[in-house]
Design a protein around this ligand. Structure first.
Ligand SMILES: [Zn+2]
Ligand SMILES: [Zn+2]
Length: 393
């Protein structure tokens, strides 16, 4: 390529779609208006539309002009906004108080629509593409809901691909990881039960605050001593609650936090060690304690062959020198990890650049999607399809 010429001609349309979606943000599983727009546009382009997976999910299916390969791939975009107020005051700022497209899913939706339009016009590929527009990426696991509703049974995908705009990466660059991209994230809660007493007579009680302090300190060993130094993990205790008065030892204490890892072995090992630590520290000090995990998203892990394909497709658009291979992964989480557990594939970072200044970061109230990269993203999608499903000469 670089930027596909035909896709470059969609710049104004994609910008208009993106800004319209930005102005009307919808939260997870409530993407009614957005999914109506997606379904209507796909149908206009001549693409078969299926609705209802995961509630508001939309799948568009398009077969290329070549018919021999029988091959299939899935391309995924997310559609939901965040429950936060927008601080921008431009024309397309959110019209709904307390809801905002601060993660750029408006842009992801618009660029996959742009790619779908181009691919429906040209159909210069051999096989079938499923355009997967998923609800509820932000914490609610819309990808899992679509999978549970039969996504991959109804729409066979040999491979599945996703992307996210990345403000830390300059516009015009694309980063590809050959393995882990984002971490698995769990939340946990610890209840410590002691025995309340007068603070002047601590020997009459069992102090849950002291027990909690030991647990917080000991939890630091889970990563620094228990985890292979060549791997990464995070255990953060972020909430500690106990007590009501300076002269009262409380009955109980409560803590909350999050744990992040890239591998399932690390995940289950830390969970198990943490559980032992919590109960034995409490027991040693005469208290009882319980650790409860609320499972979150699995790690987002690319398969290396598909990551190499994604990097090759990206290089055709932005040039080899602008493809960043194997950068550090991040400890943030992403529900595309569920899809990558089902099918091999790759999730890439599309350079976004903090084009509105340093506060234009994901989940920041000043964020806005950079419309200049809509054509880069759509061209990448097109390049990926034409690379994976080439028509025989
Ligand atoms: Zn987000
Ligand atoms: Zn996001």
């Amino acid at each position: 390529m670089p930027i596909n010429n035909r896709i470059a001609a969609f710049q104004d349309d994609m910008t208009a779609w993106r800004r319209d979606i930005h102005a009307h943000p919808e939260l997870g599983f409530e993407e009614k208006r957005t999914s109506d727009i997606v379904a209507t546009k796909l149908a206009e382009f001549g693409i078969a539309v299926h609705r209802g997976l995961g509630g508001t999910g939309v799948v568009g299916t398009l077969t290329g002009l070549g018919t021999d390969s029988g091959r299939t791939i899935g391309l995924r975009a997310d559609m939901d906004a965040l429950p936060m107020p927008e601080a921008n005051d431009f024309d397309h700022a959110s019209r709904h108080a307390g809801r905002m497209h601060a993660c750029g899913h408006d842009g992801h939706t618009a660029m996959l629509l742009g790619a779908a339009r181009y691919l429906a016009e040209t159909r210069n590929f051999d096989g079938t593409v499923h355009f997967i527009f998923q609800p509820a990426e932000e914490g609610l696991g819309g990808a899992k809901r679509m999978i549970d509703d039969g996504l991959f049974q109804q729409f066979d995908c040999e491979q599945v691909y996703g992307l996210h705009n990345w403000p830390e990466l300059p516009a015009g660059r694309i980063a590809v990881h050959p393995g882990p991209v984002m971490a698995a994230a769990n939340q946990f809660e610890i209840h410590v039960t002691g025995h309340g007493a007068h603070a002047a007579m601590p020997h009459r009680g069992i102090d849950p605050v002291l027990v909690s302090a030991h647990i917080v300190t000991a939890a630091q060993s889970l990563v620094s001593r228990g985890t292979n130094p060549a791997e990464s993990a995070v255990v953060s205790i972020t909430v500690v609650e106990a007590g009501t008065a300076a002269n009262v030892i409380p009955d109980s204490a409560r803590m909350r936090g999050t744990m992040r890892t890239f591998s399932e072995e690390n995940h289950s090992r830390i969970q198990e060690q943490f559980g032992r630590l919590v109960t034995s520290i409490a027991e040693g000090l005469g208290a009882t304690a319980e650790l409860r995990f609320r499972p979150g998203y699995p790690a987002t892990v690319n398969s290396e062959p598909e990551a190499r394909i994604a990097a090759a497709a990206a290089a055709k658009v932005v040039g080899e020198e602008n493809v960043v291979w194997a950068p550090d992964p991040t400890m943030a989480a992403e529900d595309f990890g569920y899809m990558l557990k089902e099918r091999p594939g790759a999730y890439i970072w599309l350079g976004h650049g903090a084009h509105l200044g340093s506060s234009c970061r994901l989940h920041n109230p000043h964020y806005d999607f950079n419309d200049a990269i809509l054509t880069t993203g759509a061209s990448y999608w097109a390049s990926l399809v034409e690379t994976i499903l080439p028509r025989s000469a």
